[in-house]
Design a protein around this ligand. Sequence first.
Ligand code: ADP
Ligand code: MG
Ligand code: MG
Length: 882
Amino acid sequence: MTEVASDTKYVYDFSEGSRDMRDLLGGKGANVAEMTRILGAERVPAGFTITTEACVAYMKAGQKEPEGLDREVAEALGRLEEHTGKRLGDSGDPLLVSVRSGARESMPGMLDTVLNLGLNDESVEGLASKTGNERFAWDSYRRFVQMFGNVCRGVPGDQIEDAIKAQKKEAGVKDDTELSVDDLKALTGRFKDIYQDKTGEEFPQDPQEQLSQAIRAVFDSWTGPRAVEYRRINRIPDEWGTAVNVQQMVFGNKGDSSCSGVAFSRDEVTGEPEPSGDFLINAQGEDVVSGVRTPKDISEMRDVMPEAHGELMKILRELESHYKDMQDTEFTVEEGRLYMLQTRDAKRPAQAAVRFAVDAVDEGLLTKEEAITTIDAGSLDALLHPTFAHDAQYECLAKGVAASPGAAKGEIVFTADDAVAAKDQGRDVILVRPFTEADDVAGFFAAKGVLTSEGGKASHAALVARGMGRPAVAGASDLEIDLSAKTVSVNGTTLKEGDLIAIDGSIGVVTQDDVELVEPDINENFERVLEWSDEIRRLGVRTNADTPEDAKRARAYGAEGIGLCRTEHMFMAQDRQPKMREMIMAESEEDRRKALAELLPHQQEDFEGLFEEMAGLPVTIRLLDPPLHEFLPGVEEVAQDVERARIERTEDLEELERTLDRVHHLAETNPMLGTRGVRLGILHPEIYEMQVEAIVRAARTVGERTGKPPKIEIMIPLVAYERELALMREMVESVCAQEGDESLELTVGTMIELPRACFVADRIAEVADFFSFGTNDLTQTALGFSRDDVEGSFLPRYIETKVVDRSPFETIDQPGVGWLVRLAAWVGREAKPDLQLGICGEHGGDPESIAFFALAGLDYVSCSPFRVPIARVAAAQAAIDS
Ligand code: ADP
Ligand code: MG
Ligand code: MG
């Protein structure tokens, strides 16, 4: 443990701080100091900040103030007293202060603040006579006793509320502003009694004692259960600590020319330029948020205190141009004079963020680059999918993982076939399954949304749903799905096939209510942000697309090519399955070739559709990747069929037995590490040959038809040894020679998804034109984490215990998996300087990962169509940051 040297400076006057000192002074302290500098000392009540380091030292010492802190606080208080000309606890004209918490990042409502500190039985009289406002003095005192008791000594809030209610009832009034001086005196008495009852002590009269207890309470609130839980959810480190701000009070509760409020520099929901906010006349700040009275809209302030309102509007603009971002402020007006108490960058939904960015550029407030950095790229998702109407009222039936954004509603179906049948009849359905498999993909297309009781963000259901832009909630583990009875039960409610259900995959919610959905569109503002992003970014953005529909959508969203076309989905379609099975069941190469020859025209047709949509852009096609048994029914299913055929002595018995044999033969203990990818290509070259033939023919056809042949990139999956790729390259070249097409632009490369491939990337690069990092499998193989399982098993605990901060399938594990990517990029380019580098895993749509890939020197990222706009913005941000 390191001792903090005793000459550490623990206290800074507001006049000494600035926005750059956020880590030390906390966000609130740093910004109050900054406002003091830019708006002038008359606008911001004076005070000082006790640093986060003091809090850390306090925690480390087992809740004990570090040496020297007392002295520094006393000195700072002395300076404040001199500056204000008042003394804390003075019985004639007391200085009153607020004691405000403030961490590095804002933690709304989590830490504690005490107002009006310095009042006691004597100074309250002084305040009354000095101000000539007895009511105000007693209102301040009762608030202080109330807050001090609650914050510093844990007096329960409901006891306080009860006391207020009782007092109002006795006085026969509704609003606490209507309480008379005597009522307030009585109320203060009640609070003191509760305090004594709860703590066994009298309410402290010594202001120095009040101050040190309040400072301590703020430090302690950092380790309180509320704050600990908030930090866990928001991934804020426990070690940061909070700062404490001690600030001269200004009073919004001095009558009708005083008020307290919160103001956003623009509308915080829509982003429209008119400031928004709430205020309350004759009130202190806590009342505005606590809901004791209903605040008024900030626009009404113009009528009641026009001058202060005008100043506030001017200051909001000033703060915006200084901070170069939309601001969220707190203020108080005391007898017509405006004081600013807090400012911070405003949290806002995506639509407001986009609107602000565009307006700020038009107004000359920000450059395009600055404007783009104010947007949280990840949140843009919300603009591309329908969602529950934001004021929708509904009862939550179950919660799960927010696996694929957007909302959907429809009738429950339990199988992909039922989903397809329902779609053909024009019905909207939600596919509900314990989990999904390759076979279910057709059902995803047909359904409006997908709901599973198992799996997480990286489960098959989640990946496929995101790829298709289907909303999905995964891992709603309260659901008990009975596939044979076709029912789903949850907490005593049983739903059956055909019942209505709605899901919101942006928040992971399931409901039975007929919630209103609102449609998305890329509006003009968003379009402009995207155009600017394209001017700025250096990373290319492609899409992962398997169908012409996906390709079309992705192009509309700005994709510059296809970075990953998974060919297996083409074999899942209903009309292809029998042929595919025949091919797999074939006993001789000859039979297999016959089946393949029949699949070829279908495959070619699929490619033609894609190529046409991409109109001359690059298309990376991955040859068949999954293990063959995925295309056959499961062992149990076939075994049952065989059983039935035996009993009923049906004709297909022999055929079924053969299938069972084959399924047994192909079954593997670890299919993810089994006969798949290039291993299939080496074992059965005829499959890959057929695919290459189909590709070449499709390219030629589309070239002839449209004059825009695609730039083809043939990608071999799961390569570990350079020789694997060399063999496949020979195969591709010989097919091309046989097809006799010289003019075709065609390159051959590999997916880098095994650690060995990264280590020997230089050797592989010798035979590759490009690498595309398959970071899903690379994460899986580097960490030995099964991506379909970890999110539903140990990963949540890993996050809780801080082994990892988030799923490595969501954001790339930079030091580990990311290092493999950098290594492979580096040695690959050493061996072949013009090697093209891309990434096509899920990480290609994650802003934080995109920033990493930009740094690692990749040429492009490829992501699902719906994430293309996000990737464009994130890539621009990466270019701006570097
Ligand atoms: P939070 O972080 O919960 O917003 P703050 O420290 O900002 O807590 O305090 C809450 C409110 O208390 C402020 O918005 C303001 O209205 C009021 N307040 C804090 N300090 C002062 C002060 N010096 N004078 C007047 N009001 C204050
Ligand atoms: Mg505040
Ligand atoms: Mg893979």
